[in-house]
Design a protein around this ligand. Structure first.
Ligand code: UDP
Length: 466
């Protein structure tokens, strides 16, 4: 099969361009959306930055175009996402490279490649959206966070005007009636970044959303019906505001296909040998970091909890340290957990969460991890770190009842108690039941007449009308 031809549709009559933000939690949903559209007969060209470049060999069904992004090496090396987003956009705005790449990719090719109908862009890539606009190419935004998160980020100016933000210590538990069920502490903010930088990034993201030709959100009506209703009222001028997720369940492409780190599949064999529902999976996503003292407490908490566990310790997970984080686990830990605990540097997470042996997930509650857990019915311990993770925790704990937050300092005794609560018979059983119910509702959205499939149908019709 040629690149650009969808199975059973040769050759494709229409093509879309996609341009993900080059971070794991943004790349995966964009490529899943690409996979869903490709399966519906559309050809796909993936434009990507050189920073965290994608590997075309893993997706022979798509065409790939590498675009120079101009991110300064020192900013890239620091690894702070907010700085990288701003620097990358500034460099792309100052250079004709993005416009040239878009123009060359959008036109019909002499080889029969159809013209592109539109570009799907991450909201954080305003520079790319503007370049597409200048060419007259319609853009649609893929929101890789929740509907609540998008609502919050569009409301950012109001949240400042009304004094909710920047958050004051004394007001953290104050409800924000404009965005129920959120409290001040659930709003988007970074505990690690300058608040003004966050404000700037979100203002630019809002511009992309308000100025585009439609929004696709990686969520589902079963999870966020009220939030989606509020968003549609807010974005009433956009022809489509669609909830088409969880995209990883709609796409046939394998979860780890766009991993920036190589997943260690040996953990699946280990899971195969464990009792159903007995294993706690622990992962803090692709960016969240901790101090070495926190790493030590997590290690001993897991060692003392008595439950089997699979823990992802990314090479750069310990803040301010160049040594591979897995090598910084405390002396004696390996022996203490032998046969009961496994540590990997990167896991095939979707496969892990879908494994029958996994009975709980301790997570930083990034939106992808949240969706991946709820769509397998796995209850969670929530340890939010930044951005939208606090509001995801609010939903997991207080709206869906499928998890609880581990608050305060990380300390081995508290960790042990939290794991026992989640994996245990009393409260754990209640959360497992709620997680199974939510999982069933979500499965309904994915059926052929379910809301997410219908959203994809509408999206395809819309693309064909452009
Ligand atoms: N992930 C993975 N293997 C790991 C850890 C994470 O494949 O060992 C994937 C996970 O499945 C999810 C993504 O990385 O799709 C992380 O996205 P999320 O939104 O949860 O958090 P972020 O990394 O953006 O903070």
């Amino acid at each position: 099969q040629e690149a650009g031809d969808a199975p059973g549709h040769q050759p494709c009559a229409r093509r879309v361009l996609v341009f993900p933000l080059p971070f794991q939690g943004h790349i995966d949903p964009m490529l899943h959306l690409a996979g869903v559209l490709h399966a519906r007969g559309l050809a796909v060209t993936v434009l990507h930055t050189r920073f965290n470049a994608l590997d075309p060999a893993r997706h022979p069904e798509f065409q790939f175009v590498a675009v120079p992004d101009g991110t300064p090496a020192d900013v890239a090396a620091m690894g702070r996402i907010i700085d990288i987003i701003l620097a990358m956009n500034a460099a792309m705005e100052a250079s004709p490279a993005v416009g040239e790449a878009l123009r060359a990719s959008a036109v019909a090719g002499q080889d029969g490649r159809p013209r592109a109908s539109c570009l799907f862009v991450d909201a954080n890539l305003l520079a790319v959206h503007r370049a597409a606009r200048a060419l007259g190419l319609p853009t649609l935004v893929l929101r890789t966070g929740s509907a609540a998160c998008l609502g919050c980020f569009l409301a950012y100016p109001m949240l400042h005007e009304k004094g909710y933000l920047p958050p004051q210590e004394s007001q953290l538990c104050t409800p924000v009636p404009e965005l129920p069920p959120l409290r001040v502490k659930d709003l988007i903010y970074s505990k690690h970044s300058d608040h003004e930088l966050m404000r700037k990034v979100l203002a630019r993201g809002s511009e992309t959303v308000r100025d585009c030709s439609g929004v696709v959100i990686n969520t589902a009506e079963a999870l966020e019906a009220a939030e989606l209703g509020r968003l549609r009222d807010e974005l009433v001028h956009l022809p489509v505001v669609l909830a088409a997720g969880p995209l990883h369940k709609l796409s046939s492409s394998r979860g780890a296909g766009s991993s920036l780190l190589a997943p260690d599949h040996s953990c699946i064999e280990w899971l195969d040998a464990q009792r159903p529902g007995s294993v706690l999976y622990v992962s803090f996503g692709s960016l969240a970091a901790m101090d070495s003292s926190e790493l030590r407490e997590v290690a001993w908490g897991l060692a003392e909890c008595g439950h089997p566990f699979l823990w992802v310790v990314r090479p750069n997970m310990v803040r301010g340290c160049d040594v591979d984080s897995a090598r910084q686990l405390p002396d004696g830990f390996e022996d203490a957990v032998k046969g009961r605990g496994v540590v990997v540097r990167w896991a095939p997470q979707q496969e892990v969460l879908a494994h029958r042996a996994v009975g709980g997930f301790w997570s930083h509650c990034g939106w992808n991890s949240t969706l991946e857990a709820v769509s397998e019915g796995v209850p969670m311990i929530c340890r939010p770190d930044a951005v939208d993770q606090m509001m995801n925790t609010r939903y997991l704990q207080d709206v869906w009842g499928v998890g609880f937050e581990l608050q305060g300092e990380l300390e081995r005794g508290k960790i042990k108690d939290a794991v026992r609560k989640l994996m245990g018979e009393r409260e754990g059983a209640e959360m497992r039941r709620a997680a199974q119910e939510l999982c069933a509702k979500l499965a309904g959205c994915l059926e052929s007449t379910g809301s997410s499939q219908v959203a994809i149908d509408k999206l395809v019709s819309y693309i064909l009308s452009l």
